[in-house]
Write a protein that binds this ligand. Structure first.
Ligand SMILES: [Zn+2]
Ligand SMILES: [Zn+2]
Length: 283
Protein backbone atom coordinates (compact mmCIF):
# COMPACT_ATOMS: atom_id res chain seq x y z
CA UNK A 1 0.00 0.00 0.00
CA UNK A 2 1.37 3.35 -1.07
CA UNK A 3 0.09 6.36 0.88
CA UNK A 4 0.54 10.03 0.02
CA UNK A 5 -0.45 12.83 2.39
CA UNK A 6 -2.22 15.41 0.20
CA UNK A 7 -2.67 17.67 3.22
CA UNK A 8 -1.85 17.54 6.93
CA UNK A 9 -3.14 20.83 8.35
CA UNK A 10 -6.18 21.83 10.36
CA UNK A 11 -9.02 23.89 8.88
CA UNK A 12 -7.22 27.22 8.44
CA UNK A 13 -3.99 25.68 7.14
CA UNK A 14 -0.55 25.97 8.72
CA UNK A 15 0.53 28.74 8.63
CA UNK A 16 -2.81 30.50 8.88
CA UNK A 17 -2.31 33.31 6.32
CA UNK A 18 -3.93 35.79 8.71
CA UNK A 19 -1.79 34.79 11.69
CA UNK A 20 1.54 36.11 12.94
CA UNK A 21 1.98 33.71 15.89
CA UNK A 22 5.50 32.27 16.40
CA UNK A 23 4.47 28.90 14.85
CA UNK A 24 3.04 30.53 11.72
CA UNK A 25 6.15 32.74 11.37
CA UNK A 26 8.44 29.73 11.84
CA UNK A 27 6.48 27.74 9.23
CA UNK A 28 6.86 30.59 6.72
CA UNK A 29 10.62 30.61 7.32
CA UNK A 30 10.95 26.80 7.09
CA UNK A 31 8.71 26.47 4.00
CA UNK A 32 8.62 22.98 2.36
CA UNK A 33 7.34 20.39 4.85
CA UNK A 34 6.18 23.12 7.25
CA UNK A 35 3.46 24.37 4.85
CA UNK A 36 0.22 22.45 5.36
CA UNK A 37 -3.10 22.44 3.52
CA UNK A 38 -6.35 20.71 4.56
CA UNK A 39 -5.87 17.10 5.67
CA UNK A 40 -6.40 14.45 3.00
CA UNK A 41 -4.81 11.10 2.15
CA UNK A 42 -4.37 9.40 -1.23
CA UNK A 43 -3.94 5.61 -1.19
CA UNK A 44 -2.37 3.83 -4.18
CA UNK A 45 -3.41 6.77 -6.37
CA UNK A 46 -7.00 5.48 -6.47
CA UNK A 47 -8.61 5.97 -3.04
CA UNK A 48 -8.90 9.45 -1.55
CA UNK A 49 -9.91 10.33 2.01
CA UNK A 50 -11.51 13.78 2.28
CA UNK A 51 -11.65 16.55 -0.30
CA UNK A 52 -11.09 19.93 1.36
CA UNK A 53 -10.54 23.16 -0.61
CA UNK A 54 -6.73 22.79 -0.86
CA UNK A 55 -6.62 19.14 -1.94
CA UNK A 56 -6.73 19.74 -5.71
CA UNK A 57 -4.12 22.49 -5.34
CA UNK A 58 -1.86 20.10 -3.43
CA UNK A 59 -2.30 17.42 -6.11
CA UNK A 60 -1.06 20.05 -8.56
CA UNK A 61 1.77 21.11 -6.21
CA UNK A 62 3.06 17.52 -5.97
CA UNK A 63 2.47 16.61 -9.62
CA UNK A 64 -0.10 13.93 -8.74
CA UNK A 65 -2.88 12.77 -11.06
CA UNK A 66 -6.27 11.99 -9.52
CA UNK A 67 -7.63 10.52 -12.77
CA UNK A 68 -7.47 6.95 -11.41
CA UNK A 69 -9.36 7.72 -8.17
CA UNK A 70 -12.39 5.42 -8.02
CA UNK A 71 -13.25 5.82 -4.31
CA UNK A 72 -13.63 8.81 -1.99
CA UNK A 73 -14.24 8.40 1.74
CA UNK A 74 -15.57 11.44 3.61
CA UNK A 75 -14.95 11.66 7.36
CA UNK A 76 -17.45 14.44 8.13
CA UNK A 77 -19.07 17.53 6.57
CA UNK A 78 -16.79 20.32 7.92
CA UNK A 79 -15.70 22.56 5.04
CA UNK A 80 -11.98 21.68 5.39
CA UNK A 81 -12.89 18.04 4.63
CA UNK A 82 -15.66 18.45 2.12
CA UNK A 83 -15.56 21.13 -0.55
CA UNK A 84 -18.16 20.11 -3.14
CA UNK A 85 -16.92 22.40 -5.98
CA UNK A 86 -13.73 20.27 -6.21
CA UNK A 87 -15.75 17.56 -7.97
CA UNK A 88 -16.65 20.01 -10.71
CA UNK A 89 -13.14 19.61 -12.17
CA UNK A 90 -14.22 16.12 -13.29
CA UNK A 91 -16.53 17.71 -15.82
CA UNK A 92 -13.76 19.44 -17.72
CA UNK A 93 -11.30 16.63 -18.51
CA UNK A 94 -10.01 16.00 -22.02
CA UNK A 95 -8.90 12.70 -23.57
CA UNK A 96 -9.42 11.02 -20.20
CA UNK A 97 -11.79 8.20 -19.38
CA UNK A 98 -12.57 8.75 -15.72
CA UNK A 99 -13.66 5.72 -13.69
CA UNK A 100 -17.00 6.04 -11.96
CA UNK A 101 -16.20 7.69 -8.61
CA UNK A 102 -17.92 6.04 -5.63
CA UNK A 103 -18.26 8.43 -2.67
CA UNK A 104 -18.99 7.16 0.85
CA UNK A 105 -20.00 9.15 3.92
CA UNK A 106 -22.52 9.22 6.75
CA UNK A 107 -25.99 10.63 5.99
CA UNK A 108 -25.37 14.26 7.12
CA UNK A 109 -22.09 14.34 5.17
CA UNK A 110 -23.74 13.04 2.01
CA UNK A 111 -26.57 15.56 2.37
CA UNK A 112 -24.02 18.38 2.52
CA UNK A 113 -22.20 16.96 -0.52
CA UNK A 114 -25.28 16.57 -2.69
CA UNK A 115 -26.61 19.98 -1.59
CA UNK A 116 -23.24 21.54 -2.46
CA UNK A 117 -23.19 19.87 -5.88
CA UNK A 118 -26.73 21.00 -6.68
CA UNK A 119 -25.84 24.59 -5.76
CA UNK A 120 -23.22 24.56 -8.55
CA UNK A 121 -25.67 23.75 -11.32
CA UNK A 122 -28.77 25.28 -12.82
CA UNK A 123 -31.70 25.15 -10.42
CA UNK A 124 -33.58 22.56 -12.44
CA UNK A 125 -30.65 20.15 -12.77
CA UNK A 126 -31.38 16.95 -10.87
CA UNK A 127 -28.90 15.13 -8.68
CA UNK A 128 -29.04 12.23 -11.12
CA UNK A 129 -27.95 14.53 -13.94
CA UNK A 130 -25.08 15.88 -11.84
CA UNK A 131 -23.96 12.36 -10.92
CA UNK A 132 -23.97 11.54 -14.63
CA UNK A 133 -22.06 14.72 -15.60
CA UNK A 134 -19.34 14.25 -12.96
CA UNK A 135 -19.42 10.42 -13.06
CA UNK A 136 -20.27 10.01 -9.37
CA UNK A 137 -22.10 7.42 -7.25
CA UNK A 138 -23.22 8.25 -3.71
CA UNK A 139 -23.28 5.80 -0.81
CA UNK A 140 -24.54 6.49 2.70
CA UNK A 141 -22.76 4.47 5.37
CA UNK A 142 -22.96 4.15 9.16
CA UNK A 143 -20.32 3.66 11.84
CA UNK A 144 -19.09 0.07 12.38
CA UNK A 145 -19.93 -1.03 8.87
CA UNK A 146 -17.60 -2.92 6.54
CA UNK A 147 -17.69 -3.44 2.78
CA UNK A 148 -15.48 -4.38 -0.15
CA UNK A 149 -14.59 -1.86 -2.81
CA UNK A 150 -12.30 -3.12 -5.59
CA UNK A 151 -9.11 -4.33 -3.87
CA UNK A 152 -10.00 -2.81 -0.48
CA UNK A 153 -11.92 -3.86 2.62
CA UNK A 154 -13.19 -0.62 4.17
CA UNK A 155 -14.45 -0.37 7.77
CA UNK A 156 -16.01 2.62 9.50
CA UNK A 157 -15.65 3.53 13.19
CA UNK A 158 -17.36 6.29 15.15
CA UNK A 159 -15.20 9.33 15.95
CA UNK A 160 -15.83 11.91 18.70
CA UNK A 161 -16.25 15.23 16.88
CA UNK A 162 -19.45 17.29 17.22
CA UNK A 163 -21.54 14.09 17.28
CA UNK A 164 -24.64 16.11 18.20
CA UNK A 165 -24.50 17.75 14.75
CA UNK A 166 -23.37 14.94 12.42
CA UNK A 167 -21.83 11.45 12.34
CA UNK A 168 -18.02 11.70 12.22
CA UNK A 169 -16.20 8.64 10.87
CA UNK A 170 -12.78 7.03 11.10
CA UNK A 171 -11.79 4.64 8.32
CA UNK A 172 -9.92 1.34 8.37
CA UNK A 173 -8.60 0.42 4.93
CA UNK A 174 -7.22 -3.06 4.32
CA UNK A 175 -5.54 -4.21 1.13
CA UNK A 176 -4.37 -7.84 1.19
CA UNK A 177 -2.27 -8.04 4.37
CA UNK A 178 -1.80 -4.30 4.91
CA UNK A 179 -4.19 -2.44 7.18
CA UNK A 180 -4.30 1.32 7.78
CA UNK A 181 -6.36 3.38 10.24
CA UNK A 182 -7.19 7.00 9.36
CA UNK A 183 -8.39 8.74 12.53
CA UNK A 184 -8.54 12.50 12.05
CA UNK A 185 -10.96 14.99 13.54
CA UNK A 186 -11.68 13.29 16.82
CA UNK A 187 -11.35 13.93 20.52
CA UNK A 188 -11.12 10.96 22.98
CA UNK A 189 -12.31 7.89 21.07
CA UNK A 190 -15.60 6.39 22.32
CA UNK A 191 -15.29 3.04 24.17
CA UNK A 192 -17.46 1.31 21.54
CA UNK A 193 -14.86 2.41 18.97
CA UNK A 194 -11.98 1.00 21.07
CA UNK A 195 -13.91 -2.25 21.34
CA UNK A 196 -14.32 -2.44 17.56
CA UNK A 197 -10.71 -1.38 16.93
CA UNK A 198 -9.41 -4.21 19.15
CA UNK A 199 -10.60 -6.68 16.52
CA UNK A 200 -8.01 -5.25 14.11
CA UNK A 201 -4.20 -5.06 13.85
CA UNK A 202 -3.01 -2.00 11.96
CA UNK A 203 0.30 -1.57 10.16
CA UNK A 204 -0.08 2.20 10.37
CA UNK A 205 -2.26 4.63 12.29
CA UNK A 206 -2.77 8.28 11.36
CA UNK A 207 -4.18 10.16 14.35
CA UNK A 208 -5.48 13.68 14.99
CA UNK A 209 -3.06 15.80 17.03
CA UNK A 210 -4.67 19.09 16.04
CA UNK A 211 -4.41 21.22 19.13
CA UNK A 212 -0.93 20.25 20.35
CA UNK A 213 0.11 21.91 23.59
CA UNK A 214 -3.13 23.83 23.98
CA UNK A 215 -5.22 23.03 27.07
CA UNK A 216 -7.76 20.32 26.18
CA UNK A 217 -10.56 22.40 27.73
CA UNK A 218 -10.09 25.16 25.13
CA UNK A 219 -10.95 22.88 22.20
CA UNK A 220 -13.00 19.75 22.79
CA UNK A 221 -13.27 18.69 19.13
CA UNK A 222 -9.67 17.49 18.67
CA UNK A 223 -6.91 15.71 20.56
CA UNK A 224 -4.26 17.79 22.24
CA UNK A 225 -0.73 16.44 22.72
CA UNK A 226 -1.37 14.86 26.12
CA UNK A 227 -4.41 12.89 24.93
CA UNK A 228 -2.78 12.13 21.57
CA UNK A 229 0.15 10.51 23.41
CA UNK A 230 -2.26 8.65 25.74
CA UNK A 231 -4.05 7.26 22.65
CA UNK A 232 -0.69 6.28 21.15
CA UNK A 233 0.15 4.35 24.35
CA UNK A 234 -3.23 2.59 24.29
CA UNK A 235 -2.95 1.69 20.58
CA UNK A 236 0.49 0.23 21.33
CA UNK A 237 -0.22 -1.62 24.60
CA UNK A 238 -3.48 -3.10 23.32
CA UNK A 239 -1.59 -4.09 20.16
CA UNK A 240 -4.13 -2.41 17.90
CA UNK A 241 -0.97 -1.04 16.28
CA UNK A 242 1.18 -3.98 15.19
CA UNK A 243 4.61 -4.13 16.85
CA UNK A 244 6.87 -2.04 14.64
CA UNK A 245 3.86 -0.33 13.03
CA UNK A 246 4.00 3.31 11.98
CA UNK A 247 2.23 6.08 13.90
CA UNK A 248 1.63 9.54 12.44
CA UNK A 249 0.52 12.86 13.99
CA UNK A 250 -1.80 14.64 11.55
CA UNK A 251 -4.36 17.47 11.12
CA UNK A 252 -2.04 19.96 12.80
CA UNK A 253 -3.09 23.44 13.88
CA UNK A 254 -0.67 26.34 14.32
CA UNK A 255 -2.16 27.56 17.62
CA UNK A 256 -0.98 24.56 19.65
CA UNK A 257 1.87 23.08 17.66
CA UNK A 258 5.35 24.32 16.81
CA UNK A 259 6.35 24.30 13.13
CA UNK A 260 7.42 21.04 11.47
CA UNK A 261 11.09 20.73 12.51
CA UNK A 262 10.51 21.30 16.21
CA UNK A 263 7.41 19.08 16.32
CA UNK A 264 9.33 16.31 14.54
CA UNK A 265 12.13 16.54 17.13
CA UNK A 266 9.60 16.41 19.98
CA UNK A 267 7.65 13.37 18.71
CA UNK A 268 10.71 11.40 17.55
CA UNK A 269 11.44 10.32 21.14
CA UNK A 270 7.99 8.69 21.25
CA UNK A 271 8.72 6.95 17.93
CA UNK A 272 5.95 8.98 16.28
CA UNK A 273 6.28 10.58 12.85
CA UNK A 274 4.88 13.96 11.94
CA UNK A 275 2.98 13.82 8.65
CA UNK A 276 3.63 16.57 6.13
CA UNK A 277 2.08 17.56 2.81
CA UNK A 278 3.67 15.46 0.07
CA UNK A 279 4.93 12.72 2.41
CA UNK A 280 4.78 9.37 0.60
CA UNK A 281 5.14 6.11 2.54
CA UNK A 282 5.17 2.52 1.33
CA UNK A 283 3.44 0.26 3.90
ZN1 LIG B 1 -10.71 19.20 10.11
ZN1 LIG C 1 -0.56 31.14 13.86
Amino acid sequence: MDILFLGTGAAEGFPNPFCECPSCRAARREKGSALRGNSALLINGDLLIDVGPSVLANATRFGVSLAAVHTVLLTHPHPDHLYAPSFRARRYVAKTRLPLLHIYGAAPTMRKLTGGLKALQHRRTTLQQIAHLYRLRFHTVRPFQSWRRRQYRITTFLANHQNDRFVPLLFGIAERHTHLLYACDTMLLPEETWKALRRHRFDAIILDEATGFQDQQVNIDHLNMENFLAHHRRFTTERILKPGGLFFANHLAHFGNPAHRELTRYLRRHNIRVAYDGLRVRL
